[in-house]
Design a protein. Structure first.
Length: 453
């Protein structure tokens, strides 16, 4: 019944041509599955395929309909993905067979795309073990991918965390998705049916993800060039606009959809059309931390490059030799505010009004910076003086055992920069619970911070 619902939806958008069969080099192949990974041009590929459905049919490929949002972004063929996630294998197999039947009617090769599928090698094996299938994925340098993911979290999901905090967490993470392990899992499961292509975020025309994808399909260079445009989908903000959006996330929430959309549209336009020298997101980070990231992913990168025989020069392209100064960062922020005043005064007014109306709670350094950038004096906003614990924290701590109280005090003092006091409390906690993993990890963090001072 579930698969039938999806099939009926697809039938409303059916469009078939009676032209030539697939140009794909593997004549036995019945289906091609594009699996992402995240932040490797999937949105652009899906938008291109959807808008060029008839053109793909002329070249022998059937790309089933799926929806796009207002920004031209989608999850691709997420119906099949969700059925597999929910382990509804019978329904998933029925839906896949419907896709295949539609393609076979006119001697086409089925073409599917969903970036979440990079995690589902076992699930796809269950529904297409006997299917002559080719799988294509893109691998982006994990460090580049991490910064792009941070960009997206700030842009779309109201992340307030600084890039430094976000990066430090990533360095500590045991096995992040960005390592490319999921692509290696596909290669293990489907062997030579899998092709992994390198993704370069700096390319938007020839050799872009769309260009590489269409070349993989066997479509001629002449045909590709006649169809490609250089417009980028879901591209990143410049580093300076990204930092300003992070600060504005203290004001914004999912309830401020209209204002957030206005900000996003303006910031994206300004980022895409910027003629200024590009400041990389990672320029705000300590050089040593960026080197730690490269070292963390080095082995994964080498394994994928060796297995799929491509040269990945991202290490050289993204080499970082210096850190931008706080003065440079502040100067750039002030220039952005002046640009908003000049080019979009109504947006500036809306943001400033939202800042004044906001109940700020405790004012931290980020909030103080945002108030200063928009020339809002502290006495014009609602806030309360800093307290050692807020009410929620205090209620939680009152229920703790003594060792947990010591640990919480240590954590709070560490965050506030009082490392000596933090160390005293964490040592007391360790005396009571010597094998506590959280206590051990926090003690190591405090000791490391003390050494770096």
């Amino acid at each position: 019944m579930i698969a039938k619902k999806f099939i009926n939806k697809l039938r409303k958008h059916r469009y078939m041509a009676t032209s030539q069969s697939s140009e794909f080099v593997d004549s036995e192949c019945k289906a091609i599955l594009h699996i992402g990974m995240p932040k490797t041009g999937s949105s652009a590929i899906q938008k291109f395929c959807l808008e060029n459905e008839a053109w793909l049919l002329e070249h022998g490929f059937y790309y089933p309909f799926h929806s796009l949002d207002a920004n031209g972004i989608s999850g691709g063929h997420s119906d099949l993905y969700h059925l597999l996630i929910e382990k509804k294998y019978s329904d998933a197999k029925t839906l896949l067979q419907f896709y295949l039947n539609e393609a076979d009617k006119n001697n086409k090769t089925l073409l599917l795309s969903n970036e979440g599928s990079h995690l589902l090698h076992k699930e796809f094996k269950k529904i297409c073990d006997e299917l002559p299938l080719r799988v294509v994925g893109f691998y982006r340098h994990p460090v580049d991918n991490l910064f792009s993911s941070y960009n997206q979290m700030v842009k779309r999901h109201f992340l307030k965390e600084s890039l430094l905090e976000y990066t430090e967490k990533s360095v500590r993470a045991k096995k992040p998705i960005l390592s490319g392990k999921s692509l290696l899992d596909w290669s293990t499961e489907f062997k030579d049916q899998v092709t992994i292509l390198p993704y370069d975020s700096s390319i938007s025309g020839k050799n872009s993800a769309i260009h590489q994808f269409l070349t993989f399909l066997g479509i001629s260079e002449e045909a590709i060039e006649s169809r490609l445009t250089k417009k980028r989908i879901n591209s990143s903000y410049t580093a300076d606009y990204l930092e300003l959006k992070r600060l504005l996330n203290y004001v914004l929430s999912s309830e401020d959809e209209a204002l957030n959309s206005h900000i996003d549209l303006f910031f994206q336009q300004q980022s895409d059309n910027s003629q200024l020298p590009s400041r990389k997101v990672q320029d705000a980070l300590p050089v040593a931390l960026v080197k730690q990231l490269y070292a963390k992913f080095k082995q994964d990168i080498e394994r994928i490059q060796t297995l799929h025989n491509f040269s990945f020069d991202a290490d050289n392209q993204m080499t970082k030799t210096s850190q931008s100064s706080p003065f440079e960062d502040l100067k750039a922020q002030i220039e952005l505010i002046e640009n908003i005043k000049l080019r979009e005064p109504s947006l500036y007014k809306k943001v400033k009004n939202a800042i004044v109306r906001k109940n700020w709670g405790v004012i931290n350094a980020d909030k103080q910076k945002l108030l200063s950038l928009f020339d809002v004096p502290l006495h014009q906003v609602k806030y309360y003086e800093d307290a050692f614990f807020d009410k929620k924290e205090l209620n939680k701590i009152l229920e703790y055992k003594q060792v947990d109280v010591y640990r919480e005090f240590a954590s709070l003092l560490y965050k506030r920069g009082d490392l000596k006091s933090a160390y005293g409390f964490i040592v007391k906690a360790e005396d009571i619970r010597p094998n506590g993993p959280v206590i051990k990890e926090l003690k190591q963090k405090i000791e490391k911070a003390i050494k770096q001072r």
